[in-house]
Design a protein around this ligand. Sequence first.
Ligand SMILES: Cc1cc2nc3c(=O)[nH]c(=O)nc-3n(C[C@H](O)[C@H](O)[C@H](O)COP(=O)(O)O)c2cc1C
Length: 203
Amino acid sequence: MPVKTAVIYYSATGGTHKLAEAIAEGAREAGSEVRVLKVKELAPEEAIASNEGWGNHIRETSNIPEATLADLEWADAIVLGSPTRYGGAASQLRQFIDQTGPLWAKGALVDKVGSAFSSAATAHGGQEATILSLLTTFYHWGSIVVAPGFADPIQFAMGNPYGVSFASQNGAVPPDETALAAAKFQGKRVVETAARLAVNRNP
Ligand SMILES: Cc1cc2nc3c(=O)[nH]c(=O)nc-3n(C[C@H](O)[C@H](O)[C@H](O)COP(=O)(O)O)c2cc1C
């Protein structure tokens, strides 16, 4: 059975979505079945209309399904991604996470592999803080956190051992080749770890 990976993200202007797709690519190349899933947009129309890039991104990704609790149950590995909002995750992703109480209560997320990623306007704008705040969720779920660390040479170029991230200058700059390669590595590492855990569960 291939490892099943759910890459669940929020993105307003598209940068975090590009990282999600690169993580999915790395996971697929490592043999995983992958679902790329966005979370529901909660912002009011007038806020979206105030930023052309935001509206364009919503239209461009209208074909991407919205994540459900069933996707979390389906997955062996869950990768959560969000742009940085004042040093934390976007409320749209938190709103999805906040619906997982019933899964948590029945232990449905125990022993799944968890990993996280982010983007921010600036290099020191809170990327690590956002990733760490998402990883905290996995600790409560009883999931097994897999960070990229410096487990591959690409990590020395990307520079963030907690998870892939990049500085977008407020959405003006898409993830560069280094960030995309690190994202692929993170997807691969998540899948390879989940596969090892699956082998140990069913010897
Ligand atoms: C309400 C709000 C808060 C933000 N807070 C931060 C922040 O604390 N630090 C930062 O560097 N960028 C911040 N940003 C910028 C975004 O995190 C950044 O542009 C991100 O790369 C957007 O990702 P996306 O293209 O996936 O939407 C904020 C943006 C918004 C709209």
